[in-house]
Design a binder for this molecule. Structure first.
Ligand code: ATP
Length: 213
């Protein structure tokens, strides 16, 4: 019997953008994933010092982004449990839910670089069947160094072939706040929702922190 191959893609998605959609779609194709679970993280442990849009708003945006693709699914696993929401716990819960499935965890190259600082990264790598990584401009991935810190990591990595996309949610929030063009950086339904809700128009404190003087 064929084993179900599940992709797990976690993020803040504030907002979801075409970088996320391309990563998910390419991973699905290249890793032959049957289902792709989008895990919306309520309080990302690495973004506790940043202002993040309310979960209800990010949920609407994410549903708008993935709604028309039948193999993309919203996964409420982190939304329905108290934080902190560590990837290792998310994967463990999903493995209990899908005991015979292969689990492929998906991240961008910047997250791969930061992986040693995640909560129990070694355990996470041992639990999953593969780590799908889509490189990101300037992500400074050094596989030798990463392997030293997390033995067994490189054997689990499957690089996803895709053009480097210099697109981030922070950049889109900043563009909206500055009244600059951002329409084609997001799915049309996400664009409509951002306009309707009038979000990101005021610079958030995180943007102010990161803005050039
Ligand atoms: P922010 O700019 O607010 O930090 P973000 O654009 O990085 O947000 P997240 O929701 O934090 O988006 O990212 C979820 C996952 O998607 C992470 O693993 C991240 O590395 C990956 N990702 C985001 N944008 C890209 C991109 N342009 N190319 C490849 N991976 C990406």
């Amino acid at each position: 019997m064929k084993t179900l191959r599940i992709g797990v893609f976690g993020g803040t998605f504030d907002p979801p953008h075409v970088g996320h959609l391309i990563l998910a779609a390419e991973a699905q194709d290249q890793l032959r994933l049957d289902r792709l679970l989008w895990v919306l993280t309520p309080d990302p442990p690495h973004k506790l010092d940043q202002t993040i849009s309310p979960l209800t708003v990010r949920l609407q945006l994410l549903l708008a982004a993935i709604g028309e693709n039948p193999s993309f699914e919203l996964c409420r696993v982190d939304m329905d449990r108290p934080g902190p929401h560590y990837a290792v716990d998310t994967v463990k819960i999903l493995q209990d839910q899908y005991p015979s499935a292969e689990i492929y965890y998906l991240i961008g190259g910047d997250s791969l670089h930061d992986l040693p600082a995640w909560y129990h990264p070694q355990r996470l790598i041992e639990l999953i069947d593969g780590l799908g990584v889509m490189r990101r401009p300037g992500d400074q991935v050094d596989l030798r160094e990463l392997e030293q810190k997390i033995p067994g990591l490189t054997a689990k990595i499957c690089f996803i072939e895709a053009p480097l996309l210099e697109i981030s949610a922070r950049q889109i929030r900043q563009r909206v706040a500055e009244g600059r063009a951002y329409r084609y950086y997001v799915h049309p339904a996400v664009y409509r929702l951002i306009e309707e809700l009038g979000i990101y128009r005021l610079p958030s404190s995180s943007m102010m922190r990161n803005a050039n003087p």
